[in-house]
Design a protein around this ligand. Structure first.
Ligand code: PLP
Length: 388
């Protein structure tokens, strides 16, 4: 009945809502569906973090408003974590903002820095929330293709200088959703050089910052010299500690960017439920064995699944980080027709690459978010289709 604001009208279509409908229809026919299409961690939050929440929740002090911008102890925990894990020093007061999950921060930073008609550089394929942030700001996207021959890293040499000069903000994400590409220290060095040259604010989404394989730990953008002057990193506990439902994230880095995000948030919310803040601080400061074990678990799943597909003769590469596999579709299919085919014939759900952008065509994304046996079962069902 009421006309929505222009910014809302610009929000991109929810591509994956369509997929959910198709999956429900197949499941409703009574088929045993193996859903590898989503990005929701299947494991529970480690028990010591749940206990910390339970204890904190009964403290009446924590039933009141939190301080605006969150408790100092939480921001200090983030600073300690960054020092221990990445060797990066940040000022907990000025260089850490507490967020309701990474997703909120990605949209907020676009609100803070993009005006109507401005340009943002966005990876293609990429996580669709970057599009939402840009759309809500009524700004425009200039896509940066992520190509397999370049290990899915942005090739800055391909961005013409007129576009680069026009761009105000750039989203990056490594380990990458959906391609599973991982960044090198050299890549982030080039990123800082490029951003300095063209005066671009870098927003690095580090949602999979704890999931690296083959003994390789993911690199933080903030490890690059000069990175903090040029941007921020968005970190989240969703994937690191299986806390997706808890909604805890951080924007870390450039002081003025952190201040802008805090200013915006001052007008939207008082900070997270205090007991969640306490449990989040305990997660960051506590033993990290659970995180290493989680990465090992995903690595084992990757090995089972990828070797199962390679045995079929499907030329797929093993990802080095994130919990996704990015698989080239066989000849004769689009990403969507192949995903439909796997759903209908094998009752295996994968996400069509086109849902992540034009450059995602030709691939499907698999989430390693079910146990090894189910993954093996999925590759056996694909084997039975005899397409390779
Ligand atoms: N960024 C990427 C690349 C993601 O895949 C996700 C979640 O799937 C997020 C951000 C959002 O994480 P959060 O749960 O912290 O909002």
């Amino acid at each position: 009945r009421f006309q929505q604001a222009d910014a809302l009208e610009r929000l991109p279509e929810q591509f994956f809502a369509k997929l959910v409908g198709k999956v429900s229809a197949v499941a409703a026919q009574g088929h045993d569906v193996i859903n590898l299409g989503q990005g929701n961690p299947d494991q529970p939050t480690p028990p010591h973090i749940v206990s910390a929440l339970q204890e904190a929740a009964v403290n009446p002090q924590y039933h009141k408003y939190s301080p605006f911008r969150g408790y100092d102890f939480l921001k200090e925990a983030v600073a300690d974590y960054y020092k221990n894990e990445f060797g990066v020093e940040v000022d907990p007061q000025k260089e850490v903002a507490v967020l309701f999950g990474g997703k909120a921060g990605l949209v907020e930073v676009a609100q803070c820095f993009l005006n109507k008609g401005d340009t943002a550089l966005v990876p293609d394929p990429g996580y669709p929330d970057y599009w939402s942030g840009v759309a809500m700001a009524e700004a425009n996207m200039s896509m940066m293709p992520l190509k397999e021959e370049n290990d899915f890293l942005v090739d800055y040499g391909q961005i013409d200088s007129e576009t680069a000069d026009r761009a105000k903000l750039m989203f990056l994400n490594y380990p990458n959703n959906p391609t599973a590409g991982v960044a090198t220290p050299q890549f982030f060095k080039e990123t800082v050089d490029f951003a300095q040259k063209h005066d671009i604010l870098v927003v690095h989404d580090f949602a999979y910052g704890a999931i690296g394989f083959d003994g390789q730990k993911p690199v933080s953008y903030l490890e690059a010299p000069g990175a903090k002057e040029q941007g921020i990193e968005i970190y989240t506990l969703s994937k690191t500690y299986n806390m997706a439902g808890w909604r805890v994230g951080f924007a870390i880095g450039n002081e003025s960017v952190v201040e802008s995000i805090n200013l915006l948030q001052d007008h939207f919310y008082v900070s997270l439920f205090p007991a969640v803040q306490e449990a989040a601080a305990k997660a960051l400061l506590g033993p990290q064995d659970c995180v290493r074990e989680l990465a090992e678990m995903y690595e084992k799943r990757r090995n089972v699944f990828i070797s199962g597909l390679q045995d079929l003769g499907w030329e797929v590469k093993a990802p080095k980080g994130s919990f996704f596999c990015w698989l080239p579709v066989p000849k004769g299919y689009t990403s969507e027709s192949f995903a439909d085919y796997l759903l209908e014939e094998a009752h295996v759900v994968v996400a069509p690459g086109i849902g992540f952008g034009k450059e995602g065509e030709g691939y499907v994304r698999v989430g390693l978010l079910t146990g090894e046996e189910r993954l093996k079962e999925a590759s056996d069902r694909i084997r039975a289709l005899k397409i390779f």
